[in-house]
Design a binder for this molecule. Sequence first.
Ligand code: NOJ
Length: 552
Amino acid sequence: MTLTNWWQQAVGYQIYPKSFYDSNNDGIGDLNGIRQKIPYLRKLGIDFVWLCPIYRSPGIDNGYDISDYRNIDPQYGTMEDFDNLIEAFHNYGIKVVMDMVLNHTSDQHNWFQQAKASASSPFHDYYIWKKGKNNGVPNNWKSIFGGSGWQYNSQTNEYYFHLYAAQQPDLNWENPKLRKEMHDVIKYWIQKGVDGFRLDAITHLKKLQTFEDVPDTDMATRNVPGIEVFLKDLKKLYDDCHIMTVGEVGAVPPEEAAKWVNPKNGFMDMLFQFDHVNFGDEHKFDFSTKSVSQIRKSLSHWQQAVEHEHGCLGLFVENHDLPRSISYFGNEEPDQREASAKAIALMYFLMKGIPFIYEGQELGMTNKHITSVSELNDVDSIRFYREELQKNINAQIALSKVAFKGRDNARTPVQWSNQQFGGFSVTEPWIEPNENYKEINVKDELTHHNSVFTFYQTMITIRKHNPTLQSGAFALEKKTADNVIAYRRVSNQETWLIVINLSNQPADYRIPSDLQKLTYEIMLSNDRIDINNNNFELDRWGATLIKFKNKE
Ligand code: NOJ
């Protein structure tokens, strides 16, 4: 298969600007801070960055509530800073992908301000309004952030719909004028030189137009039939402008992957699925232990769904909404942290798709372990905590849930050094840093040839120089111990075998019989691997990458 688009060989890196690097010492990360760290990103070897929202916003949901799509939020800098940033990235050969929030705005957006003031405003129909029913909300649709999805507006005596916080009213995509506005916003950023978009909450654009009660709000707000009309229109726009897109596509079953991302007429270039970080039957704040077999099954299921060129996946284990992967899949104990970080890295990074690294993941950053409510920052965690208390759940239990799964975990400042505040800023940061910056930080990891950073750097280089790891077929190794995930990437010339022990117990592995006679080379390991008679032992959290030559 020939890879014709720049992103097909690329490695992405997600930046949460507020927490990346503070250049003006106000405790908040900013655009100039990102610019100063481009050499670091170059050193890591990534090809593009995804910037979480930097548009003007009151910050209720840290920028996912946009009040002006055409300006930069002053806390991050100016438009000139943005222009300089994008130029600097491009000078380093790094592409820039912006987060695009098309489903909702902030309630402070000028459109909404006018829409709520009068039902006859031309902007009224940019949002979703309904009259109340039986002295209450129009229907039983719920917000993902808890409670009813409807908020009363006394000025028009109506309710508006918000899938997320009440300060994030949903846009009405049925309105062609609104659609045109959003297309214009996209064009505006394309003209500024951005190379792609991460499409936020993209499965929610269409709402069930009967507005009837439903057993589950997803049925009325997620992947509702008819959404394809909006998505195809958007796809045409991106294609005309040669823009890459990656969609946040939750709750689409693997069987439908091709519809979303097949290269001929899919709705976007690639998608993020969430099955491996959010098993179906689980509430987002519940913690359950993931069995290795569950992880293996969900990851491989998606790999199989896109085989035969059915489309492309964005591969990830962390983002700004999730706990740190070591805390979730691995082991934070000081003697296991690095090994488990590397095992998790090999587990997902060399699967078929485009790997993304979330800031700090390449260092092996861990969850923060908050111990007090005052440390909570995230709108959804605070909301959940309060609701639990109202349900008479014990305060300690409620806190432990948000402490483990809450979104603040991923949002603590990047740990640049062992200096105060992890070298992120000289002023107290907007969110408390993780105290472990003294042990886990960029400065130290750059000097250690065995660090998690170095492991990621090596993995990126290997992937870059070996086309089989970019476009070769994926095949799961089915015969493994329960605590092992093993898979192959295959081309005519070679077979790469990736074997990961995702547990605190050692594991034995036997090279599959069809590979046993081939010449091999161990390309990367986080552990000493001795292959004897086609068998080897992986230490706890051991992981290895072996390349076999198919023919001499
Ligand atoms: C998904 C984003 O990743 C999340 O951070 C945000 O809260 C919601 N979409 C709403 O925009």
